[in-house]
Write a protein that binds this ligand. Structure first.
Ligand code: PGA
Length: 255
């Protein structure tokens, strides 16, 4: 049962919003989410990190959407975990399917990034998920297991206490094809089992597993109400104050 796990509502803005737009968003959002019992996370573009962290105070946990795996060096155009931490950010999304697919990030590189995040005490939000084809071939569980085992290689149980996982089936991201709660429950159960094998039951039971993929203000409540879903990772619907605040506020009157 997830009762001891806090519900997390996380937004992922991807490559959207200027600094001004981002600050206006936060100023409009804060008064609307005052009564939520959810933890609100917002992953914003690098350029907005400092301003959004400053505008959010303690109400929103602000994070980046990627980091480079090395601590520093001759990597033109890249941003390190230390630089992200320095802005006031506290977490980082790693392994998002867009990074895997468009920027060819392997499980090995994602694992290095996980360790880089832990070194700087940035909380990693690891995304995993199968493609449409993998689901059709009956490989979903094997894919999730591979991404978890390789992505979390050499992570200690103590570090895992500070991990957030997001199950994001690739076929559901930005497609309006939300996974059913039956599919999500099954996938989350499979992930939880792997986490138990890696870190033992007590720690695995504390790790929040979010769902992401076409979450909207319309389907958000059903998802958050599901006992196996510890929160949601929201892309498109996190860009509007109206839909994102609605999703955040489902928590105050659901479980
Ligand atoms: P979406 O994106 O909500 O727009 O489908 C989710 C994500 O990429 O995390």
């Amino acid at each position: 049962m997830p009762t001891s796990r806090l519900v997390i509502i996380a937004g992922n803005w991807k490559m959207h919003k200027t600094i001004t737009e981002a600050v206006v968003f936060v100023q409009e959002l804060l008064p609307l989410i005052r009564n939520t019992t959810a933890k609100v996370y917002l992953a914003v573009p690098f350029t907005c990190l400092r301003a959004v962290a400053a505008a959010s105070g303690s109400a929103i946990t602000v994070g980046a959407q990627n980091i480079h795996e090395d601590q520093m060096g001759a990597f033109t155009g890249e941003i390190s975990a230390r630089m992200v931490k320095d802005t006031g950010a506290r977490f980082v999304i790693l392994g998002h399917s867009e990074r895997r697919r468009l920027f060819h990030e392997s499980d090995g590189v994602i694992n290095q990034k996980i360790h880089s995040a832990y070194r700087e005490e940035l909380q990693p939000l690891l995304c995993i998920g199968e493609t449409h084809e993998e689901r059709h071939k009956g490989e979903s569980h094997a894919v999730l297991k591979r991404q978890l085992v390789a992505g979390l290689k050499d992570v200690t149980p103590q570090q895992a206490e500070n991990l957030i996982l997001a199950y994001e089936p690739v076929w559901a991201i930005g497609t309006k094809e939300t996974a059913t709660t039956a599919i999500i429950d099954e996938a989350h159960g499979a992930c939880r089992q792997v986490l138990k094998e890696l870190f033992g039951d007590p720690i695995a039971n504390q790790i929040p597993i979010l769902y992401g993929g076409s979450v909207t203000a319309e389907n958000g409540k059903t998802l958050i109400d599901d006992a196996e879903i510890d929160g949601v990772l929201v892309g498109g619907a996190s860009l509007s104050v109206k839909s994102f605040s609605q999703i955040v506020n489902y928590q105050s009157n659901s479980r």
